[in-house]
Design a protein around this ligand. Structure first.
Ligand code: ZN
Length: 131
């Protein structure tokens, strides 16, 4: 089950929406890049499962392999796992590119925060998902 501190995609009653969760505590540029990561997932979900949030209550998590909701790729956990790896690579690539770009105009404190986010989270995740 998703918690409100998770940075993820939820249904907002009419469609997919970003839930920033604990990402609100990030330095502001890093937070913006985390939001872009989630928007990449929404783009992927819209492609594969445009109706995945139709008529779902506000706050409902988006469809996953543990909770298939009629989106063909999610009827099988193996297929979901593959899709998940692909969409995480998309999300983290977008986030990395965003952070590298934001780094250029950040002040000294911002550069430290952005470098930390890149090295301690984003690049490790790119490795984890074998991107
Ligand atoms: Zn992600």
């Amino acid at each position: 089950m998703k918690s409100t501190s998770d940075t993820t995609v939820i249904c907002d009653g009419s469609g997919y929406k970003v839930q920033l969760g604990s990402a609100v505590n990030l330095q502001w540029q890093a937070m913006g890049c985390a939001e872009k990561h989630e928007r990449a997932h929404i783009a992927d979900l819209m492609e594969i499962c445009p109706e995945g949030c139709t008529d779902k209550e506000k706050g409902t998590p988006h469809p996953t392999g543990d909770d298939p909701r009629g989106c063909p790729p999610f009827e099988d956990k193996g297929t979901y796992a593959q899709w998940r790896a692909t969409t995480e690579c998309h999300g983290y690539s977008v986030e990395e590119e965003c952070l590298v770009e934001q780094f250029k105009s950040a002040d000294a404190q911002g550069k430290v925060a952005i470098r930390n986010r890149l090295n301690k989270h984003v690049r490790r995740s790119l490795k984890y998902w074998k991107c």
